[in-house]
Design a protein around this ligand. Sequence first.
Ligand code: PA5
Length: 447
Amino acid sequence: MRTITLNIDKTLGFISREQVFAREQKVKECITTLHNKTGKGNDFLGWLQLPSSVTEAEINDIQATADHLRAKCEVVVVVGIGGSYLGAKAVIDALSGTFDHLEPNRKDPLVVYAGHNIGEDYLYELSGFLKNKKFGIINISKSGTTTEPALAFRILKKQLEDTVGKAGAKDLIVAVTDKARGALRTLATKEGYKTFVIPDDVGGRFSVLTPVGLLPVAVAGIDIKQLLSGAVDMEKATGTDVTFENNIAAIYAATRNELYKTGKKMEILANFHPKLHYVSEWWKQLYGESEGKENKGIFTASVDFTTDLHSMGQWIQEGERTIFETVISVAQPNHQVEVPKDAEDLDGLNFLLGKRVDFVNKMAELGTQLAHVDGGVPNLRIELPELNAYYLGQLLYFFEKACGISGYILGVNPFDQPGVEAYKKNMFALLNKPGFEAESKAIQARI
Ligand code: PA5
């Protein structure tokens, strides 16, 4: 099996290999705690064995539903926020052609998103875009009560029903939610929608390999079996029987925590492949929401290189020395473009004649790594042999596993997000939501 790799050599000098390996016992304990389900948040560990436990029947049901939407829709709107849309967007963006959405004769439905903001202009423009198009909706919410997706769904549901009638809309709406609880479950049952269940023991940001991620990804025409197969292999490669030095999730978790201990409070995930932008967004949520609590946790940020070398590059090179960088690199691009001949060489690029664009990119990567290390930024490097569903499946599971371990090293519950409630409580109070009368009164005195 070819696998994604992790290289921590360029963190050495900031921390030592001995320091990383000194954490071996602690990391082993964390892995055992995860697998034995004896730690904090232990009722949210369903993601651990998810890749190997998903059944053929479940995959076929997801694929059949996706095929139904693919056959009927030009556009499918994925409604969801946070963990209920970022994983799907990460995979779809990484594995779709960059300009496919602009192709008038595209073969796959266009997947667009709603419910991940409260933008009135966004919803107005989306409604306008969907007018006269055959569209369907995948409404995703584990709690089934999140305001952003509920609001967007109400508007889009009305538009769809006004266009194709209630029965027609029912055929084009799929709900992914809790098996019994929440307004979305009630609504889906009442309306008779096709539904998928998000398992009780899988939290939003760990749900990309449930129907939350798999259904939209299948709608986009991506091979979900390959995605799962990569995740299954990474599940094995990071299992309890794998030694510390061979377990890349263990090494990543140990290294980032060691760096954190030495004052490196921020981790910047950098990619050298523009299609990975949303993988970074997904990763930011995964680690930020899992670890940022009890006044602890590495702040997660991300950049797209080389693009952001011309914006954030200065800060990374010479700003406050509290950062480390984790680079995702793809060894082999899927296509070849060579620098063409130009007899006049007015742009002075003939020294690159016949070279692949990727060669230039790789030299930019190497040059950046050396410069940033010289500038005091420890560098971890993750390499994918290629950007395809299989290796992406490996990457997603790798990050999830390392996140669980890392959160336990830090001593927090990586599987809850109590801090997210604070803004909701204030917003509901300000909106005079029934049940928030006391908060409404209290908040009026503060504004
Ligand atoms: O990771 C999480 O649990 C959150 O980011 C949720 O995914 C997000 O808040 C959306 O919640 P829900 O799916 O309940 O609408």
